[in-house]
Design a protein around this ligand. Structure first.
Ligand SMILES: NC(=O)c1ccc[n+]([C@@H]2O[C@H](COP(=O)([O-])OP(=O)(O)OC[C@H]3O[C@@H](n4cnc5c(N)ncnc54)[C@H](O)[C@@H]3O)[C@@H](O)[C@H]2O)c1
Length: 252
């Protein structure tokens, strides 16, 4: 059993936001549970983070689209640590194609990872948080949810819009249980893997012509707001969606 707050982060062992969020929450003193679809990377990242922080962190192979596996992992975390205080739904997937040419598999996969995956994790975490009468959930969405743009593709934009609705309803239903639910909608948070998703012209001129702050976002920009949103300092904030895009696409 642990006395620290227990935080489960999905897709925590990649090149971007999930790992930065996990590291920040660990630095905030939380007992972070590293989960990722990629089993080896999850174990390696948990090991690395443990060395950095002088402690040890649990790692689980977890594909968020697998409803039953999400339940198993949440149950195991609660059995071992006695609680679950924070859930960060970071897993996302995207393949861009115009709607008129989008294959059905792309649509279904995107909805499954980005929207159903978020549902799966909230569905299993909420009963435990209700029992504890406390909890904080942050869903990582995207400015694609509200941007009128050809850049992100309909499946991703629709899935992330769904995440906003899911966030607001979950907040409405669970405030009385002491649970806060918010979303963060990043703009471009650069990592090299994005080159496989977006064409080169998406990146060209981004710093000069799009970002009001003349830079791309960094994973730490998202880790900072997640750290705040799950803390007591954000105790009166729920049902909100925060854009973090360097002013590229404010509002929502
Ligand atoms: N990077 C950006 O510019 C950007 C912008 C807006 C929104 N987002 C959102 O932020 C989140 C993180 O994106 P990122 O680019 O920082 O990547 P990341 O590095 O945080 O995540 C990549 C990781 O996701 C894991 N993953 C993929 N599918 C999974 C699944 N089904 N279940 C569990 N894990 C899975 C991969 O194994 C990989 O380790 C996503 O939800 C993404 O849609 C990213």
């Amino acid at each position: 059993m642990t006395t620290a707050k227990v935080a489960l982060v999905t897709a925590a062992a990649g090149a971007g936001i999930g790992a930065a969020v996990a590291r920040q929450l660990a630095q905030d003193g939380m007992d972070v549970v590293i989960t990722d679809a990629h089993e080896r990377r999850a174990a390696e990242f948990a090991e690395q983070l443990g060395q950095e922080c002088g402690t040890s962190f649990a790692a689980y192979a977890l594909d968020v689209t697998d409803f039953d596996r999400v339940g198993e992992v949440v149950n195991d975390v609660v059995a071992r640590k006695g609680r679950l205080d924070v859930l960060v739904n970071n897993a996302g997937w995207s393949k861009i194609a115009p709607l008129a040419e989008m294959d059905r598999e792309t649509w279904l996969r995107c909805i499954d990872v980005d929207l159903n995956g978020t549902f799966n994790c909230m569905r299993h975490a909420l009963p435990q948080m209700i029992e504890q009468h406390s909890g904080a959930i942050v869903n990582i969405s995207s400015i694609a949810a509200w941007e009128t743009s050809k850049e992100h593709g309909a499946a991703y934009s629709a899935a992330k819009s769904g995440v906003h609705a899911l966030t607001r309803v979950a907040a409405a239903e669970n405030g009385k249980h002491g649970i806060r639910v918010n979303a963060v909608a990043p703009g471009l948070i650069y990592n090299d893997f994005l080159r496989k998703i977006y064409p080169d012209d998406f990146f060209s001129g981004y710093i000069e012509n799009k970002s009001l702050l003349e830079r791309v976002g960094e994973p730490q920009d998202i880790a900072n707001i997640v750290s705040f949103l799950v803390s007591e300092r954000a105790g009166y904030i729920t049902g909100e969606v925060y854009g973090v895009s360097g002013g590229v696409c404010p509002g929502g």
